[in-house]
Design a binder for this molecule. Structure first.
Ligand code: ZN
Length: 71
């Protein structure tokens, strides 16, 4: 992955049914579950920053979230 500019306003979320890491808008991540990623996928877990190794730095960042979270 490119070390591109990423918004600090997203948290890293993970869908339990896949290995994809998703970007969850910070406002949503700070609220109660269920959490929904930028691409519309519900995520079971929110852990750390999207810019970190559990987000874009993970093995399988969601390509849709990667695109949306940069906007
Ligand atoms: Zn996603």
């Amino acid at each position: 992955m490119l070390e591109s500019m990423t918004s600090p306003s997203h948290a890293a979320g993970r869908d339990q049914e896949s290995e994809l890491a998703h970007a969850v808008p910070r406002e949503a991540a700070d609220g109660p579950p269920p959490w929904v990623a930028a691409c519309g996928t519900p995520v079971a877990v929110v852990q750390g920053s999207w810019a970190g190794r559990r987000g874009l730095g993970s093995a399988h960042p969601c390509p849709e979230c990667a695109r949306l979270a940069q906007a």
